[in-house]
Design a protein around this ligand. Structure first.
Ligand SMILES: [Zn+2]
Ligand SMILES: [Zn+2]
Length: 235
């Protein structure tokens, strides 16, 4: 790097200091999270059921008929990793996407290395939701994952065509019905091997409904990835 390059690099680091992706504290520029948060991040163990994304001994495939071909999520929806995604989603901490992308892509490369994806898309929000929040967190994350994997990102493959009650206010059995008919897929999905991204997999009902629409539109197959997965301990 030239002298001028080094000086502008130092200036950029001064203007935009690195913050911990979980607690937002200032950290070294080389790191993505602080030491305390790093120690309390809950990774999903490696011995996983790829159909539901849980550790094998906590497999929850019996709870819902998953129609996507597989799902990975690097973190449990707990402690530091939960703080991280909630800060990203509700406080628009865009730098957090880099941290989430790193681990989502690591899982995709580890578990879906034999799948040749044609494109990446996100679980969509309605235009109104997106305007209200001033940020489409799933689209931003999906775009970042696609760029990291060298894949095409298509934000318009799925569309949310009507509003529903927030899934987190529904119990497990109500969730599939609450998302029924609220998404539609574009015909461009036809013949494609699709990687569908969301921030959190709780029951998987939303991802399942989006998968259904993509398959109805002629998608060849759908795999999913999320940042967090709810821990149900096989219940
Ligand atoms: Zn931290
Ligand atoms: Zn399972």
């Amino acid at each position: 790097m030239t002298k001028k390059g080094k000086a502008s690099d130092a200036l950029l680091k001064f203007i935009y200091p690195r913050r911990c992706a979980c607690c937002n504290e200032l950290i070294n520029y080389e790191d993505l999270v602080c030491k305390e948060c790093d120690a309390s991040i809950r990774f999903v163990p490696e011995n996983r059921c790829l159909k539901c994304g849980q550790e094998k001994k906590e497999c929850e495939c019996h709870r819902l008929n998953y129609i996507f071909s597989g799902i990975v999520a690097p973190f449990y929806n707990q402690d530091s990793s939960k703080k991280c995604v909630y800060g990203y989603k509700f406080n628009k901490r865009l730098y957090v996407a880099e941290f989430l992308t790193k681990y989502i892509c690591r899982d995709i490369e580890n578990y879906f290395d034999n799948v040749k994806f044609d494109c990446v898309c996100q679980v969509p929000m309605t235009a109104l939701d997106s305007r209200k929040r001033d940020f489409d967190h799933s689209a931003y994350l999906a775009k970042s994952v696609a760029a990291n994997l060298g894949l095409k990102f298509d934000s318009k493959l799925l569309k949310k065509v009507s509003d529903n009650k927030p899934q987190h206010k529904m119990n497990f059995s109500e969730r599939p019905l609450n998302v029924k008919g609220v998404f539609a897929a574009n015909k461009k999905a036809e013949g494609k091997m699709i990687l569908l991204i969301d921030d959190i997999k709780t029951t998987g009902a939303t991802l399942n409904e989006c998968t259904k629409q993509l398959l109805l539109a002629g998608a060849k197959d759908v795999y999913c990835a999320a940042a967090l997965i709810g821990r149900n301990r096989g219940l």
